[in-house]
Ligand binder design. Structure first.
Ligand code: ZN
Length: 762
C-alpha cells in the first residue's frame, strides 16, 4: 500500500485549509452520520453534500457485504431500491480497491491501457453507462477502512468543472472515507483488533495479548495455541473474535473437505503453507472457496488474485493450524502437539469441595472448579503411579466414575456429579486439542503437562457410549533421559563425541537395531548442547524423552507429517540443531544431508548394524557420495548389554582359555594397548540376590563403535569404498568395534561375555 488513510494530525491540517463552504459541508455530513442509525438511512440525504464536498458528478458507496464474497451498494431510484453487488476480485475498479486496499485515481476510465497499468486484470464495466446514457470519465476510488479490515469502498465519478481529480481531491476523498469508516465500524459492530472481542469480554487483557503476540513470534507457536492452552479461551470464542474483526465468516477445519487437487496442482504447497491460505472448493470459472488466516492482509489478497484467478471468491477466516491441516505436512498443530503445556498445580483445590459449587444447571468447561478437577485428576493419577485414567459416564443422573489403573488393576478413585461430567469431558478434550463439539465420534489426542516441573504426557481417547462420552487417558512416563557422562563411553569416544557435537554444521548419526538406546544417546548429546543460544528442533516418532528448551515435534503419518515434512518445516524455523528421529527413506536422508551442508548440525538414527555399514546403506539410498562425505561428522553404532548386579556379582581369576578368547575377540594386534595381564585381572560373573530378582543382572549399559570422519575417510567415501575399507581406515584412526568396546567392559567387570554375545557377534 502506498497511500493510506489520513493521519489525525494531517486531517486537522487539512480541515484548516478548507474553504468555509467545505467546512460547513463537512460538519453537515458529520452530524448526519452521527445521528443516523444506519448509513443506508442517511445516504439519500447525504449524497448531495458528499458530491459537493468532493466536487464529483456521481458517487457510489459500497459496503462490505460481510459474507466474504462481495461489496454491495444500495441506492434508490424513485420508489425502487436497487443494489449493485461486486465480487471481491481485481477485475472491477471498486473490486480492485476492495481487495488491494489501494486508493486509485483514473483520468479516463475508457483508457484500457491506463487501467492495465494499475492492475493487469482491471477492467471498466461500461454497462451502466450504456444503459443510462451517462458518460463516466475521471474517477477516484478509495477504500473505506478503519484499521486493516475492509469496511467498504467510496467511488466518485467525473470531476465537476475539470477533466480529472487532483491529488488534493484524493485527500478529501480519503478523509471522507475515514468518516464513513467510523460509521460502518460502529454499524457492523466491528472490533479494533483480531482479539479485541476477547478483551471486551474480559477474557484476556490487552497487555497479555501483546505478550502472547511477542511469544508467538519468538517461540513459533500460534496465538490460537496460546489463547487456548494458557488463557483457556474456548476456540469458538477465538473464532468469533476473528470473524468480528475481519468482517468475514469463520470456518473450522472439516475433515470431510479435501482441497481439490486440480486447484492445488497450480500452486506450490510450501508457498501455500508459508502464505497460510488454501483453496477448499469451487471452480475458477465460477467461484472459489478460500480459507485464509488473515483476510485483511491486502498483499495476500492480491497474491491470491494473481496465483489463482477466479470469477468470484468466497473468503473465510480460519486458524493457521486448520489451514495447515488442509495442506498436509508441516502442520503447526503438530508443532503444538510437541510443545508441552505448563500446568500450575499450586492452586489446585481439594476435589471434595466441588460439591459446594454445584448449581442446578450444567457447569461449563471453563469453570475454575472444572479446570482444577481435571488437573487434580491428572496429578492424583501421576502420584499414584497409574497407567490409565478412565472417566466413565454414569446412567442418567447418577455420578460418573473415575477409575485409575495401577499395576494393572483398576480402582475407583473419584465420582463426578452428573452436572459436571460433560464439562469435565469438554475440558479434557480442550486440553487434548480435540473438537469439543464432536460427541458422536471417537477422537484421539494428547495432553502434555508439567507436574512439579516434570513433563508428563497423556494419550487421550474419547469414546461415545450409550450413556454418553467416556474418556481414557494413558499416562506415558516421560523419560528424563540420561546425562552424557552416564553413557559409559570409552575415553576416546567421549572426547571425540564431545568435540563433534560442538561443530556448527554437519551430520552425526547414531545407529543400531530397535531398542539399542539410540534415542537415549541422542538426547543426552543434545542435552549437553542444549543452551539458550542454540535453537534446537526435534522430530520424533514418538517423542519418548522430553527436554526443556527443545522444540519437540511428534511425527503424525495420518496427516502426512513425516520426517521429511518435519525437516522442511524446521528449515523455515531457523534452527541451529535439528534432530530427525530416523532416516527411513531417501527423501529424509537427502534433506538431512542438505540441511547439514547449509549451516545446521543434524542428528539422526538408522537401523544399521555398524558404522561402516551405515555409510554403504546411505550411499545405496542414492546419496551423493561427495556431499555425504563432506557432511558426515561421525557415526556411533551402539547396543545395550545387561549389566551384572553390583550387589552380588562374583569375582574370579580368569583361566588361560578364557583369557585367550578375550584376546582373540579384541584382536591380537590391538590387545597390547589394553595393558592387561591375566595374573592381575579379576573378571566377574553373575550371582543372584534380592536386588536383581536372583538373576544376577540389573540394568543395561551401552557398548559403542564411533567412526569419526577424517580426510582419508572422506576420500574413501567419495570413491565409494567398501565397508571393509572404511572400517580399516576407521580402525587405523582409532575406532574400536562394538565387540572390542564390549570386551573392555567385560574386563572392567561391568558385563559378562554371555550377555555381550547376545548383542554382538564375533
Ligand atoms: Zn544381585
Amino acid at each position: 500500500m502506498n497511500q493510506t488513510a489520513p493521519e489525525p494530525n494531517f486531517s486537522v491540517a487539512l480541515i484548516d485549509t478548507l474553504s468555509q463552504s467545505r467546512k460547513e459541508l463537512l460538519s453537515v455530513i458529520n452530524k448526519s452520520l452521527n445521528a443516523a442509525a444506519t448509513f443506508a438511512d442517511v445516504l439519500p440525504d447525504l449524497e448531495g453534500y458528499m458530491l459537493k464536498f468532493l466536487e464529483g458528478q456521481r458517487l457510489t458507496v459500497y459496503q462490505n457485504a460481510r459474507d466474504g464474497q462481495e461489496i454491495i451498494a444500495k441506492y434508490k431510484t424513485g420508489q425502487e431500491l436497487l443494489e449493485i453487488r461486486l465480487p471481491l476480485t481485481a477485475t472491477s475498479i471498486a473490486g480492485y480497491v476492495a481487495v488491494s486496499g489501494n486508493p486509485i485515481r483514473i483520468d479516463d476510465v475508457y483508457d484500457a491501457e491506463a487501467l492495465r497499468r494499475i492492475h493487469k486484470t482491471l477492467n471498466f464495466n461500461a454497462q451502466f453507462d450504456q444503459r443510462s446514457g451517462f458518460r463516466s470519465r475521471s474517477m477516484m476510488v478509495v477504500p473505506i477502512k478503519n484499521n486493516a479490515p475492509l469496511l467498504g469502498v467510496l467511488q466518485v465519478i467525473n470531476k465537476v468543472g475539470g477533466d480529472r481529480f487532483s491529488e488534493e481531491d484524493m485527500k478529501l476523498a480519503l478523509y471522507l472515507a475515514g468518516l464513513l469508516a467510523k460509521k460502518f465500524h460502529q454499524e457492523f459492530e466491528a472490533t479494533d483488533s483480531p482479539y479485541d472481542f476477547l478483551v471486551k469480554r474480559e477474557l484476556i487483557t490487552l497487555e497479555k495479548i501483546d505478550a502472547f503476540q511477542k511469544r508467538a513470534k519468538k517461540e513459533g507457536v500460534t496465538m490460537t495455541y496460546l489463547l487456548v492452552q494458557e488463557q483457556k479461551i474456548p476456540q469458538e470464542l477465538i473464532a468469533a473474535s476473528l470473524a468480528s474483526y475481519h468482517q468475514v465468516p469463520f470456518m473450522r477445519y472439516d475433515p470431510n473437505i479435501t482441497p481439490p487437487k486440480n486447484l492445488l496442482k497450480k500452486l506450490n504447497m510450501s508457498y501455500l503453507r508459508r502464505q497460510l491460505w488454501v483453496p477448499l472448493a469451487g471452480d475458477p470459472n465460477e467461484e472459489l472457496l478460500i480459507l485464509i488466516d488473515d483476510p485483511s492482509d491486502f498483499a495476500r489478497q492480491m497474491e491470491i488474485q494473481r496465483a489463482l484467478p477466479a470469477k468470484k471468491y468466497i473468503f473465510r477466516v480460519g486458524f493457521p493450524e486448520d489451514i495447515l491441516q488442509y495442506l498436509g505436512g508441516g502442520s503447526v498443530s503438530s508443532f503444538l502437539h510437541g510443545l508441552a503445556g505448563k500446568m500450575e498445580d499450586e492452586d489446585v483445590e481439594d476435589s471434595e469441595r466441588l460439591e459446594e459449587g454445584v448449581e442446578a444447571g450444567e457447569i461449563n468447561e471453563n469453570e475454575s472448579t472444572v479446570i482444577q478437577l481435571v488437573h487434580r485428576l491428572i496429578i492424583d493419577a501421576y502420584r499414584a503411579g497409574a497407567s490409565d485414567i478412565h472417566v466413565e459416564p454414569g446412567k442418567g443422573k447418577s455420578p460418573s466414575a473415575v477409575r485409575l489403573r495401577i499395576d494393572g488393576i483398576c480402582k475407583q478413585a473419584l465420582e463426578i456429579p452428573s452436572t459436571h461430567i460433560r464439562a469435565v469431558l469438554s475440558r479434557i478434550k480442550i486440553m487434548s486439542r480435540m473438537d469439543i463439539a464432536e460427541r458422536r465420534k471417537p477422537q484421539d489426542g494428547k495432553i502434555l503437562v508439567k507436574v512439579k516441573g516434570q513433563p508428563l504426557e497423556l494419550r487421550v481417547a474419547t469414546i461415545p457410549t450409550v450413556m454418553g462420552e467416556s474418556a481414557v487417558m494413558r499416562v506415558l512416563a516421560s523419560g528424563s533421559g540420561v546425562s552424557f557422562d552416564k553413557l559409559n563411553l570409552s575415553e576416546r569416544n567421549y572426547k571425540e563425541l564431545d568435540r563433534l557435537m560442538l561443530t556448527p554444521q554437519g551430520i552425526l548419526l547414531v545407529v543400531g537395531p530397535t531398542g539399542s538406546g539410540k534415542t537415549t544417546t541422542l538426547h543426552s548429546v543434545i542435552g549437553r548442547i542444549n543452551t539458550p543460544e542454540r535453537k534446537i528442533w526435534t522430530a520424533e516418532d514418538p517423542v519418548e524423552i522430553t527436554q526443556p528448551g527443545l522444540q519437540q515435534v511428534q511425527i503424525d503419518h495420518k496427516i502426512g507429517f513425516n520426517f521429511a515434512a518435519a525437516l522442511r518445516s524446521f528449515l523455515r524455523a531457523d534452527p541451529d540443531v535439528i534432530l530427525i528421529g530416523e532416516m527411513r527413506d531417501a527423501e529424509t536422508a537427502h534433506s538431512g544431508i542438505e540441511a547439514s551442508l547449509t549451516g545446521h548440525l543434524v542428528f539422526s538414527t538408522l537401523h544399521t548394524n555398524s558404522a561402516p555399514e551405515t555409510i554403504i546403506r546411505l550411499l545405496d539410498l542414492g546419496l551423493d557420495p561427495l556431499n555425504f562425505a563432506d557432511a558426515l561428522l561421525g557415526i556411533l553404532a551402539q547396543r545395550l548389554v545387561r549389566t551384572l548386579c553390583e550387589a552380588c556379582k562374583q569375582g574370579y581369576k580368569p583361566q588361560e582359555e578364557e583369557w585367550e578368547r578375550l584376546q582373540r575377540l579384541y584382536g591380537e594386534q590391538y590387545w597390547d594397548e589394553l595393558g592387561r595381564k591375566r595374573e592381575e585381572t579379576v573378571l566377574f560373573g553373575p550371582g543372584g540376590c534380592g536386588k536383581c530378582n536372583k538373576t544376577g543382572f540389573k540394568g543395561r549399559t551401552g557398548i559403542h563403535e564411533l567412526l569419526v570422519n577424517s580426510k582419508r575417510l572422506t576420500k574413501a567415501i567419495a570413491h565409494k569404498g567398501t565397508a571393509e575399507e572404511l572400517r580399516a581406515i576407521g580402525m587405523e584412526e582409532g575406532m574400536r568395534t562394538l565387540l572390542q568396546d564390549g570386551v573392555v567392559k567385560v574386563l572392567k567387570g561391568q558385563i559378562d561375555l554371555s550377555q555381550l554375545f547376545r548383542v554382538a557377534v564375533e
